[in-house]
Design a protein around this ligand. Structure first.
Ligand SMILES: Cc1cc2nc3c(=O)[nH]c(=O)nc-3n(C[C@H](O)[C@H](O)[C@H](O)COP(=O)(O)OP(=O)(O)OC[C@H]3O[C@@H](n4cnc5c(N)ncnc54)[C@H](O)[C@@H]3O)c2cc1C
Length: 651
């Protein structure tokens, strides 16, 4: 079909979902419009559609409790491209979250553990998510106010429920139906930026919900924590939080401080929790039974005398491995190389940071280790000859410290857990443990290499390889840096000490106990079963298009207009594997019969487009979020003015 541009009639674009990706794509559209659609040529109308539009989007809603924090420092977060951005479109600079909050007089967050250590506007302060929502609202207004005069931006605070073809013989386009609105919007192009919409419960979850409610309790499926999900839980009820990640910490806040409990810091620095009496009894369990290490607080410098550079991994090495015919062999080599890189950094730091160590040990390690085959026994022998047992690191153990551990009593497990929390928090906060920082530095190099390599053609041709190595690096990153902000970890210790939270270790399942009129949770780590009233799946839902409860996506799936790539590696009956919407490099939807949509784009971390640094863009990191949103925006504008390019060149 040939696109006919009619001078005088506006181009119309709809953005469905105005969270991070929707906003960024809007900003990139507006930034690129002068190059593609000069003012004299034509108007361009952009419809923003999101039921949370005036509330700072779903994740960052301005009306959520301020106790729910972001897990990244406010000084790192930005929605603006900066000098590091190498995307094709123009750079448009602006303040970081922290800079904006300081100028707007917005307190980033308030917390007993942080107060007195960092000031209210410090870049090292964590921000409440609601403050991020306000920054996003300000950003949207800023983009609108600074848009070229031929751009009109219309806001619709509604759900989009259907996108269907509105093409006729002259013009191709889509009709976008909004909830409770009889007149659809007719658009030339639609960008889906819906984040991760809610999913239908799995059969196992439905069964649990039935069982729990038959005992007068409840079951909450995976998804973002919110006040409405905890409102029915009464003081003293027994609540099982299944999952110990960031969503767990959100639920903790909702069930404790949001209910009036307070933390107090004693003169000796120790933290205590004073219950309000409105708390339930919280039991915590998960697959690994432990927490991820907290996010690093401030840069630790000064301990290193000599510093390693990557020797086992590089963008070229990853690109070459991606082109190998045998993906399994390539993955094995990539994994061995990445492990060796981590160990190389770890042991280099161990030698360098210790003034007692002779420089000959450093030189021997530097000269020999990189020349040994990654993953070979020779590597192990060299490490054994240079480092006593207590200095060695076991990467598998670091990932799963409760593996094979059992405790005879619940109390002994609580003591172990509190010690473990203290250990991982102290390691993050003190210079003495710069070896952990060395591991993170190695991972940062690896992910930067992956990011660069992912822009090469070989990577796109081998998504399984890409997925495999990224999963490996992501799992390490998640355990080393994916934990809650350290004040939250110290608060958890205090909640455990006063008995509001009880750790149950690794989960081995839940069992019906009709005789007790309850469901019981069974631990693999400690020989106890605990009766529960409410079960909350304290984790994010999996990306899925087949199980989504979003009407718009469901309809597109049913008509075959959306296809997806599934990765089975993490599948289990409790958590089906993730499905990512298949798109071209430029974000165009790919249908189930492998056609490339000329009118619908999808953008976000749950699409098949590689985003190696998911989450909000970090300042000064040439964020690949901007690479993606810029690429999509430019392709869309190009397709509007010149017609959709030949699809054979798409990928
Ligand atoms: C609870 C939580 C906390 C996070 N914290 C951090 C953090 O601290 N730091 C970090 O870097 N990353 C964080 N992330 C990860 C990531 O940065 C965010 O998820 C990010 O907001 C993702 O952007 P998005 O645009 O894909 O989705 P979202 O921001 O979720 O936006 C999607 C929007 O689409 C709308 N929408 C969905 N369906 C429709 C429809 N049919 N019609 C109209 N609108 C629709 C939703 O209402 C929503 O506002 C967090 C994620 C979550 C879930």
């Amino acid at each position: 079909m040939i696109e006919v541009a009619v001078r005088g009639h506006p181009y119309v674009v709809a953005v469905v979902g105005v969270g991070l990706y929707g906003l960024s794509t809007l900003e990139r559209l507006v930034a690129n419009i002068p190059e593609y659609v000069p003012k004299k040529d034509r108007e361009i109308h952009i419809h923003l559609i999101d039921p949370c539009l005036d509330r700072g989007s779903r994740t960052w809603a301005v009306d959520q409790p301020s106790e729910l924090w972001m897990n990244s420092h406010a000084g790192m977060m930005t929605l603006f491209t900066d000098d590091s951005s190498s995307c094709e479109g123009p750079v448009r600079k602006g303040p970081t979250l922290q800079e904006w909050a300081a100028s707007a007089g917005e307190v980033l967050s308030s917390d007993e553990t942080l107060n007195g250590l960092v000031d209210a506007f410090s870049p090292y302060r964590w921000a409440s998510r609601s403050v991020m929502g306000k920054y996003m609202g300000w950003f949207l207004d800023h983009v609108v106010q600074n848009a070229p005069s031929n751009v009109r931006i219309h806001r619709h605070g509604k759900l989009a429920v259907e996108v269907s073809s509105a093409s006729d013989s002259l013009q191709e386009g889509e009709s976008v139906k909004l909830a409770d609105d009889p007149v659809p919007l007719v658009c030339h192009r639609v960008i889906l930026a819906q984040g991760r919409p809610a999913t239908e419960p799995t059969p196992e979850q439905q069964e649990l919900r039935r069982t729990m409610s038959s005992y007068g309790g409840s079951h909450e499926p995976p998804g973002q924590a919110s006040l409405s999900k905890t409102a029915h839980i009464k003081p003293g009820d027994r609540v099982l939080l299944r999952g110990l990640g960031l969503t767990f910490f959100d639920y903790l806040q909702l069930l404790t401080t949001v209910r009036g409990g307070t933390f107090h810091r004693a003169a000796n620095g120790s933290l205590t929790y004073e219950p309000s009496g409105n708390e339930p009894r919280i039991f915590a369990i998960s697959r690994t039974g432990v927490l991820a290490h907290p996010v690093r607080w401030w840069p630790m410098t000064g301990s290193l005398v000599m510093c390693p550079v990557p020797r086992f991994t590089s963008p070229q090495i990853f690109s070459e491995l991606a082109l190998r015919c045998d993906t399994a062999v390539a993955l094995k080599e990539a994994t061995a190389r990445m492990s060796s890189e981590l160990l190389y950094f770890y042991y280099s730091d161990t030698l360098s940071a210790d003034p007692e160590r002779s420089s000959s040990a450093w030189h021997r390690f530097q000269q020999t280790y990189p020349s040994l085959e990654p993953g070979s026994p020779a590597q192990e022998e060299l490490i054994a000859s240079l480092f006593p047992m207590e200095e060695r690191i076991d990467l598998d153990r670091m990932m799963d410290p409760l593996q094979g551990e059992t405790f005879s009593t619940l109390e002994s497990l609580q003591t172990w857990m509190r010690r473990h929390i203290a250990q991982i928090t102290n390691r993050t906060l003190t210079k003495e443990h710069s070896r952990d920082l060395a591991l993170r530095t190695a991972l940062a190099y690896i992910t930067a290499s992956l990011q660069e390599a992912s822009r090469s053609r070989g990577f796109e041709a081998n998504p399984d390889f890409y997925k495999g190595i990224w999963d490996w690096a992501w799992a390490k990153m998640a355990i080393l840096t994916g934990g809650a902000p350290w004040p939250r970890q110290l608060e958890l210790q205090a909640l455990s000490r006063c008995g509001v939270v009880t750790f149950l270790g690794k989960e081995s399942g839940v069992a019906h106990a009709p005789e007790a009129g309850t469901v019981k949770c069974v631990s693999e780590t400690v020989p106890v079963t605990v009766g529960i009233d409410h079960l909350i799946e304290a984790r994010h839902s999996m990306p899925t298009v087949t199980q989504t409860s979003d009407a718009l996506l469901r309809n597109l799936v049913q008509r075959g207009e959306i296809s997806w790539r599934g990765f089975d590696r993490t599948s289990s009956p409790r958590a089906p594997g993730p499905q990512r919407v298949t798109v071209t490099r430029y974000g165009s939807l790919v249908t189930t019969d492998n056609r490339v949509s000329r009118t619908i784009y999808a953008v976000g971390a749950d699409t098949s487009n590689p985003i190696l640094t998911p989450g909000l863009p970090r300042v000064g990191t040439d964020s690949d979020v901007f690479h993606l949103t810029d690429r999509v925006a430019r392709h869309l504008l190009e397709s509007l003015i010149r017609g959709y390019p030949d699809t054979s060149t798409e990928e």
